[in-house]
Each structure stands twice: as C-alpha cells, then as structure tokens.
Design a protein around this ligand. Structure first.
Ligand code: HEM
Length: 180
C-alpha cells in the first residue's frame, strides 16, 4: 500500500497539477483574501443552524473562522509540497478525533466550491480565464478533500485493528478482496 504522502503525490500527477496551477492559484490570492470571509461566514451560518453540526462549534465560531481563514489562504499560497500534505492530514485527523462524520466536511466542501466560484466570477470577466483559474482552485480543493478522506479511512482501519486485534495488512487485504 502506498503511504498517504505517496498517494498525495500520485494524485497531483494524475490530475496534472502543474506549475500552471500554482501560478493560477497564486494569482487569485487577492480575490480569496477579499471574498473568503464571506464564504466562511456563509458556511458557518449553515453549520450553526444545523443541530448535528452546531454542537461541534458552539461557543467558538469566531475562533474557528480564523483557523478557517488561514486554511483558505494556504490554498493559494503557492506551496504544495510535503508540509502542505502534513497540514491537511492533521486537519483531517482533527475532524476524525472530535467525531465529525465525513459527510459534513464533504458537504462544506461543496459550499466552498460554489462560494469560491462565485467570488472568482465577480472579479474575472473573461470566461476562459475564469474557467482556467477555477479549474486550478477546484483541483486543490478536491485534493484537500481527498487527504481528509484518507485520514478518515486510515482511522477506520486503525480502529478495526485495535478492536479486533487483527493485523493491519490482513484488514487491508480483506478490504481489497474481490467477491467473484
Ligand atoms: C471542508 C470542510 C472543512 C475545512 C476545510 C475545515 C477546516 C478546519 C481547520 C483548518 C481546522 C483547524 C485544525 C487544526 O487546528 O489543526 C478545523 C478545526 C475544526 N473544525 Fe473544521 N473544517 C471543515 C469542516 C468542518 C465541519 C463540517 C465542522 C463541524 C461539523 C467543523 C468543525 C471543526 C471544529 C470543531 C474544529 C476544532 C477542532 C479542535 O481542535 O477541537 N469543521 N477545521
């Protein structure tokens, strides 16, 4: 099995995440700085009015918004090496640890995709440029989501190993076993 870091690297290759994407992301930093707070406010409003998610953020919405703003600016900071992976892996683990089901971050990511698309559309008039820049942004958002999902998957195997006493390699073989 490749390590999560190797998977991250393979995914970037598979998606052709190149210097062009890095340049596109760096170029939209100003737009993300300007519109990011609105996008963050919008998704925290939804989290706060949904009972299943509100309980996780109660009493610390403002602090969490700051953490989230930092996360969003890292998306467009131009550095997508091992440290980027490590920070996203840690973020995934944080959500796993506090017991947030993975479909909540997935749903928030959907809001981020549409909210940030609107932000770019408000600032970039040329449709080809908009599509090009958004293409790079959606790549990195999806890569972030994949890393978070990998940490959820890893946690499930860790728990199964711990609770059943079965060896990790055996569990991974079972997961990959074909029925036919
Ligand atoms: C794409 C979706 C999301 C992103 C990018 C995101 C981002 C982050 C980041 C960057 C942190 C700080 C992690 C750290 O300090 O290492 C964090 C923490 C946190 N997030 Fe999220 N988050 C997302 C979805 C959610 C959702 C849906 C909820 C609530 C249901 C949530 C609740 C929290 C809480 C409670 C913490 C603080 C955890 C702690 O340290 O106690 N997040 N998030």
């Amino acid at each position: 099995m490749p390590t999560p870091l190797e998977i991250y690297s393979n995914i970037k290759t598979f998606l052709s995440f190149t210097d062009r994407d890095i340049a596109n992301l760096s170029a939209i930093r100003g737009i993300v700085e300007k519109h990011g707070p609105r996008v963050t406010d919008d998704f925290y409003a939804v989290i706060a009015r949904t009972p299943e998610t509100a309980k996780f953020v109660e009493g610390r919405v403002e602090a969490l918004k700051k953490t989230h703003a930092k996360w969003m600016l890292e998306l467009v900071a131009g550095d997508y090496g091992d440290a980027y992976f490590e920070s996203r892996w840690r973020i995934g683990k944080t959500h796993v640890r506090i017991g947030i089901d993975p479909f909540w971050p997935e749903s928030v990511m959907s809001m981020l995709r549409s909210g940030l698309h609107l932000a770019l559309a408000q600032e970039i008039a040329n449709p080809v440029e908009l599509s090009e820049k958004y293409g790079s942004l959606v790549k990195i958002l999806d890569v972030d989501m994949m890393i978070v999902n990998l940490s959820y998957a890893e946690d499930r195997i860790d728990r199964l190993t711990e609770f059943t006493g079965m060896k990790r390699a055996l569990l991974e073989n079972l997961i990959h076993m074909r029925k036919d």
